[in-house]
Design a protein around this ligand. Sequence first.
Ligand SMILES: [Zn+2]
Length: 142
Amino acid sequence: MFHRLQVIESEWPFITTDGKTCYDDFYKKIQDVSVNRVCVSCSCIDHSRTAGTVLDIDVELLRPLQIDSHEVPFLFSCGVECLDSESIMIDRLSLSLSPETSHRMYLCVSCHKHLCTGQLPPKLSPIIAGSAVNLPTFSHWS
Ligand SMILES: [Zn+2]
């Protein structure tokens, strides 16, 4: 291992490609990681284009995230009428506008897999988890 490091060090500085190719590679890599993708369900953040799925808003898919709005002592609307009318709590940072100006959402692989089977994902956004039916309620706050 140490010998390998010595060889690498002796070859420093490396022969580089031309500046334009180097800049193009850098620019592409920066673009790949410059967009935060926040999961609609667990609020995890990813930068990879292939790590999760971007979908149109799907109320039926998000139905497990529906909560009793009377149990939550704060407003949690996200501005999407079909989700707000069903009291579906999501992380609104996951929403984006598509070119057709309709909302789209990002789901990580794990949450997408669980929601597709109608199950609550094992990891939820802290806000959603605190409001879920089987977790402590906020009724003692009122
Ligand atoms: Zn997720």
